[in-house]
Design a protein around this ligand. Sequence first.
Ligand SMILES: C[S@@+](CC[C@H](N)C(=O)[O-])C[C@H]1O[C@@H](n2cnc3c(N)ncnc32)[C@H](O)[C@@H]1O
Length: 237
Amino acid sequence: MAEPTPDAWRRVDAYLTETLVGHDPDLDKAVAEQHAAGLPAIEVAPVSGKLLHLLARISGARRVLEIGTLGAYSTIWMARGIPEGGVVVTIEAEPAIAAIARANIDRAGVGDKVEIRVGRGEDVLPTLEAPILAGDVPRFDLVFIDADKESNTIYLDWAARLGHPGTVVVVDNIGRGGEVANPATTASHVIGTQRGLEMLGRDPRFDATALQTLDLKGWDGVAIALVTDAAAMPSAD
Ligand SMILES: C[S@@+](CC[C@H](N)C(=O)[O-])C[C@H]1O[C@@H](n2cnc3c(N)ncnc32)[C@H](O)[C@@H]1O
């Protein structure tokens, strides 16, 4: 058996990517454009992009909410997993990054399925509630949280409020190279990740698990939660 060294797990990731994911010119171009613009290579790995795509299809999602767009690599994967008439609402704090994402989304042919909301998640998320409460648009079926980790508990709260029992919630980067299990960490992004996981563990609106991942992005992980019936109960406040 091979030792789980970085070389070995990258070789396995490449094998799985070649065998199960393959290459898509629009997705490859989206990443290339993002890198050419000087944005960091912090998009999800191809195997995780395909996971998001499959979760959209498995859950029958029509409305997807993403927090953290970057160059729209994950956005395009999810947009391709929802039917015509469905929408991915994706939130990006930086206008210049949102412009790159828009170009990538349009080139990939999913422009009519994606709405980019430019602003901080904390500010944009409350604006999504009124149209839902008014019955103008349905609730979200799938939520992907992949922005500033310090705000994960805020994003999870909104995921429950804007979702419905049965909504699937995915939180990226929950392993952080093993740091997530360090109770003495002082890194704010790790503490934010820990707070989010603790919320998923105790908040009755969620039923969750998490998987560690070893891929070309290193040692990290993903949490996957289901919004439960408790989310439909009137809140105490
Ligand atoms: C990890 S990247 C997203 C990667 C993308 N989901 C993918 O896999 O292709 C995080 C993005 O969130 C954005 N971001 C950071 N803080 C944010 C905030 N408070 N609100 C909205 N977006 C934020 C960053 O500008 C960055 O583009």
